[in-house]
Write a protein that binds this ligand. Structure first.
Ligand code: URA
Length: 231
């Protein structure tokens, strides 16, 4: 990787501020190619650095698959109550830029959430132009009418306060009150608003897929770092 100043690397990857880097250097906790480093403005390849004897975590950027549990908001604002970042390593929030979710799930929604500190991924994977598929398992009040399949597929469903109708979405009705819905966009509370607009308020929502990523064997509240798949 491109050599950068040691204090910049220290703050980029969430170890602390650039002035804290000087302190760590004085304590001999940072080595470059096995030698104790001294100067904050010395440049090094992040791959050659050990901090407290450990390599830098994810020097090319983090991509994380998280199984979001119910009861947590996807927000950096601590005033909004329990948030998903409380369940993740604090160092990720101190990375610069910090790790952030790619889109959001509502507080009561469970399932696949991706997080990253790679800005281009957030832009690309949240844009409907990129057509990343998101699949939701939905439980509703009332009985789902078979006509909803064509209505959601038509790309004509206009939700209140939106400029444009929803893009075509694939609905599979699984039982009188459960369904699977595949979308390629993510308007605010979109799934809940689509069903509510047809007289079926959503009572349970789980995202099973985001592109090719699924939570499969990952327990709720757990995460793992993943490779960047072509979505
Ligand atoms: N649509 C919703 O309504 N809620 C979510 O959490 C995700 C998609």
């Amino acid at each position: 990787m491109q050599p950068r100043r040691l204090d910049q690397i220290f703050s980029r990857y969430g170890y602390g501020s650039r002035s804290e880097a000087k302190h760590w250097l004085r304590q001999g906790r940072i080595t470059v190619k096995g030698k104790v480093a001294k100067d904050a403005d010395d440049k090094a390849d992040p791959l050659d650095i050990l901090i407290d004897g450990k390599p830098i975590e994810a020097p090319d950027g983090l991509l994380v698959l998280f199984h979001k549990p119910a009861g947590y908001v996807c927000s950096h604002d601590t005033r909004e109550g329990a948030n998903i970042y409380d369940l993740l390593p604090p160092q990720w929030l101190q990375r610069n830029p910090p790790v952030t979710s790619i889109g959001r799930l509502d507080k009561d929604t469970t399932g696949v959430l991706l997080l990253t500190d790679i800005g281009e991924i957030v832009q690309r994977w949240t844009s409907p132009k990129h057509k990343v598929s998101k699949v939701y398992d939905v439980t509703v009040e009332g009985v789902l009418k078979p006509e909803l399949v064509n209505l959601f597929a038509a790309g004509t469903l206009q939700l209140e306060d939106e400029d444009k109708p929803c893009l075509p979405a694939k609905l599979e009705i699984l039982s009188p009150n459960t369904a699977r819905l595949e979308l390629i966009e993510g308007k605010y509370h979109q799934v809940k608003r689509m069903f509510a607009s047809q007289g079926n308020p959503v009572t349970n929502l789980h995202r099973s897929h985001f592109g090719d990523y699924t939570v499969s064997d990952l327990p709720e509240g757990q995460w793992r770092t993943v490779a960047q798949l072509a979505l």
